[in-house]
Ligand binder design. Sequence first.
Ligand code: ZN
Length: 283
Amino acid sequence: MANRRVLLSLAHPDDESFGSGGLIARYVAEGADVYYICATNGDVGTVAPEKLVGYNSVAELRIAELDCASEKLGFKEVFKFGYRDSGMMYSETTKDPASLWQAPRDAVAKRVVEVIRKVKPQVVITFNKYGGYGHPDHIAIQRATTDAFKLAGDPTYETGQEPYQPQKLYYSAFPALMFRINLLRVRLRGEDPRHLGRNKDFDMLAILDNMEPIHTRIDVKNYLEAWDEASACHDSQLGGGMPRLPMWVRRNFMNKQSLTRIHPVPSANRVDEHDLFTGVQLD
Ligand SMILES: [Zn+2]
């Protein structure tokens, strides 16, 4: 796995663990260098007051949680862009000038280009166009990263660095089967699938409507414990989102991480690879 480099470009301290922890743990274990752009400080995540003891702010707590998860996952380097968390769509916090949602798209893209040209990942992963579940910060970093993927290899785009073109771009995806089983569980428990999670902004039906085709499935069955360990670091954010299924169910049936391949463009909308580095030319 020498010379294999992956960059995840996401929004919050916890996106890396909750969404992609299994995949990250697997590639790090296999010797790839995995890098993480975390665009915001997670400032407006809902946190129980007792969790804040010993911290000056929610952001400080959440960055500490990210450092814990980064240590467990074994990132080569984490790039914290330091934007303010924009909070839920249509909330006042999306108007904060320091928020990621208010940051000019080209300025954020430039920062992503600088990271791409520095660490030279063959593979870049970000959210889908709906930002996974419609969070404004997820959408903002998705747009900036998609722009940056093209700009990084453009010799006329100036950052004072050598141009570098990554070979593959992916959107992370919810595994559809696990998702549908969880939707059923949510309905059976009498919960509202449109307003789930700690911040009540997790709309399972909208997520389903915005799912994109899966082209890549990564087997992570040997990394479920490592995934859970990293997720546990984000203690202040646990207890939201989708209910956790028992380990035996996960190990046997929910043992893959799914991605949508954007570049190179797939020839058909079906699963055609099981490794991020399929077809990649190594340096
Ligand atoms: Zn997030």
